[in-house]
Ligand binder design. Sequence first.
Ligand code: ADP
Ligand code: MG
Length: 229
Amino acid sequence: RLLGVTKTYDMGQVQVHALRDANLAIPVGKLLVILGPSGSGKTTLLNLLGGIDRATSGQIFIDGLEVTNLGEPDLVKYRRNKVGFVFQFFNLIPSLTARENVELAAELVPDPLNPVVVLEKVGLGDRIDHFPSELSGGEQQRVAVARALVKNPPLVLCDEPTGELDYATGISVLEVISKACHVDRRVVLLVTHNAVIAEMADIVVRLSGGRIVSFVENPRPKPARELVW
Ligand code: ADP
Ligand code: MG
């Protein structure tokens, strides 16, 4: 839940209002898609929820915990134990194989899933000993999704996870993300500027100029494999 969350970047002469008075209640087990043009505050919102960045004002509650109140050590614990993050540009460690990238995340948390099982679930059972440079973009993004999910986190944040992928691999990544939400009952936020992806959302939130301008429930979300763009 976000209550009056604001993020202002102070750039000396100018202040950038990246997020203005954001209020949002996110139900568990629902896929929330955040839509908005470039610069509208999507990444800022995810970074605040994920404890990567701090709000200027307002409160964020996750799972009963007030994230905005945490000191640095507790914020590290929060990020480590509660949040799975999928970045637009994958951010895999190049010197580690797919399996090692996922194992590293698993080692950080007390109750991880089995790395190889998770890699099999994202369809990479036959690629686990490949290095990132030996994988396609879609495969690298699926390793990144596995790395987020292996921690068994209640909250999964995906920042333009298909932005760098072709259509078919994008759909397969979206299917995995949808299952993480609807089958494994995690809170999943998916940021995109591709309006078609909103058709698979349970809830669509639109951002414009740092403001949440709409919050719409979708009565009939489409399965990922039926999306066309
Ligand atoms: P989006 O992800 O929707 O493209 P962002 O959340 O990245 O947008 O950025 C929102 C606004 O905040 C933009 O105007 C951007 O230039 C600005 N911004 C983002 N990060 C920083 C930063 N670290 N310092 C200053 N301004 C920033
Ligand atoms: Mg962004």
